[in-house]
Design a binder for this molecule. Structure first.
Ligand code: ADP
Ligand code: MG
Length: 728
């Protein structure tokens, strides 16, 4: 069998034998591979335990002697679990995670061998990281990078390796990763939110951001997926005609999970459980072979680490099941792509969710304070939030009427809209006793404690309030959540600081009571942030027009979207919140553009390979067989063959037409690529790829897909959509 497509399909039928799945109770397996509190209690001295706890809660430093002790205990535990190596586990700007394994094994000066792992290896490591993208930071400063332990995310054993979550920074202190800015943003929002929460409860000493992500993905038979060069190299299908059946019957969404996928999920869930990832929900998604997995929410930094770890575990477990996971935001045209909703809230160390309405008017005033401030923050920095989820692959999804548009708006539901409308009517300055009573009883007091079931579901909104949290829906399935979480927490921190200043000034200078001052400022915010609120259909043409009137940004592509990162307002924001210096922001913009260019460039190259070595040869091969047929008819029937060969002649012409167009368009694309490559300026180069190169992709695809429909199924070399999406 020479056709790789058929080989793969044949192989896929052998994949139906599934590996055995462990059936231990999840609660018993939870976190067994994590150096968590229980393990620490078992292995650490009281002092060491205290110093880790303090570091987690207050960010205090762990001294060297203590670090030695902790490392020794970690090693003892890890080795008892069969670990042989350790690695600093970090998040370079590639978007994925990176690791460099070192053995515990070491030689002593006397030539004897021993297992070694000390405080210095725990606290710091220097990976040879010169090949990671740094957006020019390392060149500018000729600085090497090092990784430093993040004790807020516990170490874990993965395979036979002890993994230590770390930040990755240059010796001059610039963050070279996604984690360091996130930790700074979380610190900023902690400080800002704590001081505002103390208006309402003096016992609050810490506020943490919480994140619950929902990971969507496709699951494809491994052999079939590997038979397609485009899936292997770009993570998506560049060509491929839609199957006769797609998602129109809605028969996959929440349907019975196919057995093969279910076995994969069970295995995956057990692996995750052991690693302390609290996965909870699994279901079929809208498109065929598309699924979703969601955990119980956690502190945001830990949740980000767990999402990155999950994606890696998914790859490995899928491999065992002869499956391939596609994380790309748009692997198939004509059916839904994949996202990763980020559910976000703020929680105090007193156990209160600040975005959850309470049972008393005062608790509700606290809720309204954080609620309105978040709305205001998103209104001010909507374009920056859009930039945080920009990528070549996510561009395919945003605004494609299956995911929210590239325009940011907030949906809060009818009930809360009417509360905000009433608050807007509150008079300025001091409030009369009647007004106060009215507010407390009938406006703030009216917010039901549990909004969860009362908030309408508006699936078209990119930023929706869902009862006790906001849900950011434009995040791509492949993206590191650290990026949107860094921006969201930074802008909310900025907003809360401004709010506190304004409230304090009304109290100090105008002699207003605290709740009067809070009402006054909230009223102003409700007024000034109105344009960001939208309750209607985010997919509609009318909204696009309306949004333009409201001057909301609508950056449809990555090269446009990331411009805002280096606007003065953004640079000021990140600097003042001590989240990123100008150098760090510029570096990230450069890396975003570079990634965009490289991904598009790779797709362009794969297109040429597919066209020249797969599609055109298959079309010619089939066309030749038709020519043979026509020649034979002519031989037998003489001059009257034409009438008999009408269909064949039409096919010959159609093939020639689409073949010619395919060739011509792909040659033109090469010229456009060369032109874009010649651009020195990275912005211009990215724009070149976006506006001059990428448009050819659709043209080429159109003609290739026409050929797929003309050419004999037996000679078509690429696995078809029905085989990719419906083989189970
Ligand atoms: P859906 O959006 O699909 O209806 P759910 O309402 O079940 O999903 O919840 C989605 C996610 O929201 C879950 O991962 C859950 O843990 C998370 N979540 C719930 N409460 C919070 C919170 N306070 N902070 C952050 N995430 C939360
Ligand atoms: Mg959701």
């Amino acid at each position: 069998m020479s056709n790789i497509r058929f080989k793969a399909i044949f192989q896929s039928s052998e994949h139906k034998v599934h590996p055995m799945v462990e059936t231990t109770k999840r609660s018993e397996a939870f976190g067994v591979n994590v150096f968590n509190n229980d393990r620490m209690m078992q292995y650490l001295t009281k002092d060491a335990m205290e110093s880790v706890k303090n570091a987690v809660q207050t960010g205090s430093k762990i001294d060297r002697k203590m670090a030695d002790q902790i490392a020794e205990s970690m090693k003892a535990w890890a080795m008892s679990m069969g670990a042989t190596h350790y690695t600093h586990w970090f998040q370079p700007l590639t978007g994925a995670t990176a690791e460099k394994h070192d053995a515990f094994f070491d030689l002593l000066p006397n030539g004897k061998a021993m297992e070694k792992f000390g405080g210095s290896q725990l606290v710091q490591q220097e990976p040879d990281a010169s090949s990671f993208p740094s957006g020019g930071i390392r060149n500018t400063f000729e600085a090497r990078g090092y990784t430093a332990w993040d004790p807020t995310s516990p170490a874990f054993i993965y395979g036979a390796t002890l993994c230590i979550p770390t930040v990755f920074v240059s010796y001059t202190g610039e963050a070279l990763d996604n984690k360091a800015p996130l930790l700074r943003a979380l610190h900023a929002v902690d400080q800002a939110a704590t001081s505002v929460a103390r208006y309402f409860d003096k016992n609050v000493n810490k506020v943490m951001a919480t994140l619950g992500w929902e990971q969507e993905y496709f699951l494809i038979d491994k052999a079939v997926a590997n038979s397609r060069p485009d899936i292997v190299l770009t993570g998506r299908t560049l060509v491929g005609h839609s199957a006769a059946k797609g998602q129109q019957l809605d028969d996959h969404y929440f349907g019975v999970i196919p057995l093969r996928a279910l076995n994969f999920m069970k295995d995956l869930e057990m692996e995750c459980t052991k690693l302390g990832i609290p996965v909870k929900t699994r279901h079929n998604e809208v498109a065929p072979n598309q699924f979703e997995l969601a955990p119980v929410f956690e502190e945001a930094n830990l949740a980000v680490d767990h999402n990155l770890l999950l994606m890696d575990v998914m790859d490995k477990v899928a491999d065992r099941h002869e499956l391939k996971v596609l994380f790309h935001e748009k692997p198939f045209s004509g059916i839904n792509g994949s996202g990763k909703h980020n559910n976000w809230s703020l929680a105090t160390d007193t156990g209160v969710n600040l975005l959850s309405p309470g049972s008393t008017p005062m608790k509700n005033l606290q809720f309204l304070t954080f609620f309105v401030n978040t709305i205001k923050a998103v209104d001010t920095y909507e374009e920056l939030l859009r930039a945080s989820i920009a990528s070549a692959s996510n561009d395919h999804r945003l605004g494609a009427n299956e995911a929210p548009p590239a325009i940011f708006s907030i949906f809060i539901g009818k009930q809360l809209s009417s509360v905000l409308d009433e608050l807007e009517g509150v008079s300025k300055g001091k409030l009369s006793p009647e007004e106060k009573t009215e507010l407390k009883l009938n406006v703030v007091g009216k917010i039901p404690e549990i909004l969860l079931d009362n908030t309408d579901r508006n699936r078209t909104s990119p930023f929706a309030f869902t009862g006790n949290k906001f849900e950011m829906r434009g995040v791509g399935s492949k993206i590191n959540c650290a990026k949107p979480m860094t921006v969201l927490n930074t802008i909310v921190a900025r907003q809360l600081i401004d709010f506190k200043k304004e409230v304090d000034s009304l109290i100090d200078k105008k002699g207003l009571k605290k709740d009067e001052a809070v009402f006054n400022i909230l009223r102003e915010y409700i007024k000034s942030s109105k344009r960001i609120r939208f309750e209607g259909d985010g997919y509609s043409e009318a909204w696009h027009k309306e949004a333009a009137k409201r001057k909301l940004s609508n950056n449809k592509t990555t090269p446009e979207a990331v411009n805002i990162l280096t606007a003065k307002s953004s640079l000021d924001l990140f600097r003042e919140m001590q989240v990123m210096s100008e150098i760090e922001v510029r570096a990230r913009q450069e890396v975003d553009l570079e990634n965009y260019i490289l991904q598009t460039q790779i797709e362009g190259r794969v297109f040429n390979e597919l066209v020249n070595t797969h599609i055109i040869p298959a079309a010619i091969h089939y066309q030749n067989s038709v020519i043979e047929n026509v020649k034979g008819l002519k031989e037998i029937f003489g001059a009257s063959y034409k009438k008999l060969a009408e269909g064949q002649l039409a096919i010959l012409e159609e093939i020639s037409l689409h073949l010619g167009e395919t060739k011509q368009k792909s040659e033109a694309m090469i010229i456009a690529r060369k032109k874009a490559n010649a651009e020195e300026d990275i912005h211009k180069k990215a724009m070149g790829y976006c506006y001059d190169v990428k448009p050819y992709f659709d043209d080429i695809r159109y003609h290739c897909d026409k050929l797929e429909q003309l050419v004999d199924d037996q000679s078509w070399p690429l696995a078809k959509y029905r085989e990719l999406l419906f083989i189970r």
